[in-house]
Design a protein around this ligand. Structure first.
Ligand code: SAM
Length: 313
């Protein structure tokens, strides 16, 4: 196993950790002092796109793994938890969604889950890096199947710019399936972006964003909740779930609705597990309406920070 050392550009933080013989360790300034490691069987792809380092490796225990700038984005074994929860928490909370936008989502997994809803007639995806799409199609067929639905329109570009051009009230739901707030996704965690999301949603429309880890990023989460509570006049909730290969083994979601028909995120009105609209042949592996409601139960240390700013229906 050749040693791959990061050759980060001068002054840029090192995202690409050295791959020590036999192991990949996820070293990042986003989680100082800790690093999840996976035993590597073979590196399958490694190139630098115009936006980030893109790597795919075959792991011993989690199947193939997609890594961007040294950060694990998905593994074949546990991607179901993230893709299903980030999709069905919002879409399970509104009746008959029709138009959905996915920001990021270049692996196709969220789109695979969105396509389960027969009420939907338009799935827009805005992904900044075409290399991620191409790599997912090449190595992650079970995930990239999301691009095959005829309702999908793929836009390659920056989600911040894309949303600025979207007519007011276009979407029923926006899912922000972004990488972390360093590198190309930084703008997707800032207030102006959330303002443009609110504008692009119809009254009572919903947004669900990737919202980091309560164990590692309470400071980021606190800012996101504060911004969302100012911007979204409907409900504002934080949910979380377990994804073993994400830092600290969990990932959170910010769920907000715009002013209009009330949205009670904690009690799904459109539970996908109750009937099968499965455009994609595969059954759900992780999500259920019980998991949906349970996702909003927070530990005390997080509740204390989040609840005062969150807005339940
Ligand atoms: N599940 C992962 C997580 O929680 O970190 C995210 C997976 S998905 C691969 C993240 C995608 O966001 C990447 O393909 C990345 O290229 C894309 N992305 C990052 N910044 C973006 C931006 N400003 N506009 C659109 N897509 C962006």
């Amino acid at each position: 196993m050749e040693e791959i050392n990061s050759e980060s550009k001068k002054g840029e933080p090192e995202y690409m950790p050295s791959v020590i013989p036999g192991w990949f360790s996820e070293i990042s300034p986003m989680w100082p002092g800790e690093a999840h490691s996976l035993k590597v069987e073979k590196i399958l792809f490694q190139e630098k796109s115009e936006h980030q380092n893109v790597m795919v490796f075959q792991s011993l225990t989690y199947g193939k793994v997609l890594v961007l700038d040294g950060v694990i984005q998905l593994t074949e074994r546990d991607e179901c938890a993230y893709q299903e929860m980030i999709t069905h928490l919002p879409l399970g909370s509104i009746p008959n969604p029709k138009k959905v936008l996915v920001i990021g989502g270049g692996d196709g997994g969220v789109s695979r889950e969105v396509s389960r809803y027969s009420s939907i007639d338009q799935i827009d995806i805005c992904e900044i890096d075409k290399m991620v799409v191409d790599v997912s199609k090449q190595f992650f067929h079970q995930v990239a199947v999301g691009f095959e639905d005829p309702r999908v329109k793929l836009h390659i570009g920056d989600g911040v710019a894309f949303l600025k051009a979207v007519p007011e009230g276009t979407y029923d739901a926006i899912i922000v399936d972004s990488s972390d707030p360093i590198g190309p996704a930084q703008g997707l965690f800032e207030k102006p972006f959330f303002e443009s999301v609110a504008k692009a949603l119809r009254p009572g429309g919903v947004v669900c964003t990737q919202a980091e880890s309560i164990w590692l990023h309470m400071h980021i989460i606190e800012d996101i909740v504060a911004n969302c509570s100012q911007i979204f006049k409907g409900s504002v909730n934080y949910a979380w779930t377990t994804v073993p290969t994400y830092p600290s083994g969990v990932i959170g979601f910010m769920l907000c609705s715009t002013e209009g028909p009330p949205v009670d995120f904690k009690h799904p009105v459109n539970p996908i597990d109750a009937r099968c609209h499965c455009k994609s042949s595969r059954p759900l592996k992780f999500y259920s309406s019980e998991m949906h409601s349970a996702a909003f139960c927070l530990p005390s240390f997080a509740k204390k920070v989040i609840d005062p700013k969150a807005k339940q229906v």
